[in-house]
Design a protein around this ligand. Sequence first.
Ligand code: UDP
Length: 548
Amino acid sequence: QSQEVSQAHIDYHVALQALQEHGTRMVCTGKMHTDRVCRFDYLCYSSEAEEFVFFHSNSSVMLPNLGSRRFQPALLDLSSVEDHNTQYFNFLELPAAALKFMPKPVFVPDVTLILNRFNPDNLMHVFHDDLIPAFYTMKQYSDLDDEARLVFMEGWGEGPHFDLYRLLSSKQPLLKEQLRNFGKLMCFTKSYVGLSKMTTWYQYGFVQPQGPKANMLVSGNEIRQFARALMEKMNVTRVEEVYKDGGNAEHEKDDYVVVFSRSETRLILNEAELIMALAQEFQMRVLTVSLEEQSFPSIVQVISGASVLVSMHGAQLITSLFLPRGAAVVELFPFAVNPEQYTPYKTLATLPGMDLHYISWRNTLEENTITHPDRAWEQGGIAHLDKEEQERILASKDVPRHLCCRNPEWLFRIYQDTLVDIPSFLETLKEGMKTKPNVKKSKPASTVHPGRVREPQCQTSVQTTNEARLTVSWQIPWNLKYLKVREVKYEVWIQEQGENTYMPYILPQQNYTFSENIKPFTTYLVWVRCIFNKNLLGPFADVLMCRT
Ligand code: UDP
């Protein structure tokens, strides 16, 4: 393997000389360790020290140059999970002169992306924390192309989903444990360290109970572009992106429902009965998939053509990102687990532009749940707890809000098996399907926002000692003349100078004369913006100062 990397499209001697003369160069983006990705020339790794090494020379660059703030707490997060103290990246420093006394370095000629996978055993984490962030980090830096080398530094083995990581580039990803095969010192000619967090939508509850990220920056469009790229790599023939209409009577013949089944934990105990009920309710075929029984690509193939995906809460639901637009996701929750508090899949399904319909069902009948108090604690066992605590947990009908990741009451409840009460399930389904938008009819919502209104103006006149008029007019935004927009409206805000409040008005036309609440000899501040189709807001034009 050391041959593979040292075969060198680069001349070894030239590389060594460059390292000795120029040392390491680092330039990063991001103001904080939590939003930083760094690019390096000649970043080295000592497998002996298990540390990255920055070699200082006269032409070294280190930007940001944080001094010892580099350790408060770290230069950057190596995984996409924000500020997790097991995922920090830093390097040791040495003068380039020290190279003379060190083992000869092996150079990696590939452009390399260095990162930590967060939890490669869990399919949801694989996609949310690793694959999508790596995919878009590679899009951000054009030299991270199909020939890029990925290096996973979290220290885990390949894991059950390594084939998915292999799809990110044509080169085999390297694991931390393999780095020592390349000798005591390896130097990455060009590398990027860290992952963009731009695409993540969920926080796992390390500092506050889990939930959607506060500042989501991703839309369904980016998730779907990623899904499409991955399907191409998996050679999954893309099902025509026709808009399925699940609950509709006039659906096409080949519409079907998929039940994603788990066969080890968190079981649906009456799956056959559930399947019958679904077939009857939707008048469609019902297919079953499971990670235990099928290859991942074959599961994606099935899901990419489904009208409805039904599954117990769990990592396998991340595959809803492969559903066609207009499909429905139905997530089942065990007894005492509140669907509103565990929403990674709801958040995904409801991202703007994801165009999925989301429904959750919760088992409310205690007699229909099967608990596993005697299992290991990771699978929800509670036998290791005080009798009192065990009794409290058994008596509780709702897991209280909690932090990640070892809350025994949460684990106990989430690993229950469930006998799905069919009448209650169908009730939830019918109720939920009522509000399902018909994606075919509503068309994918346009995401083109209005530009600023142009040439905003005001004219004023005083009528009497206590009556005045304020006329505001403007021209349409520049981009409107090239667009077909169903509804164009304008919003005008009027604020008396020095006041804290303003009056908002929605208008269909391009000018209006205000006379109510307009006083003579007063200065008003006026803002105008355009709105497409009720909710696509444009920016405000520069504020107008209007003196009556
Ligand atoms: N898993 C599975 N079948 C099972 C139980 C788990 O395929 O019966 C998979 C699951 O999809 C996930 C991993 O094993 O990728 C870990 O499952 P766990 O229950 O720990 O996590 P969760 O699904 O709650 O995220």
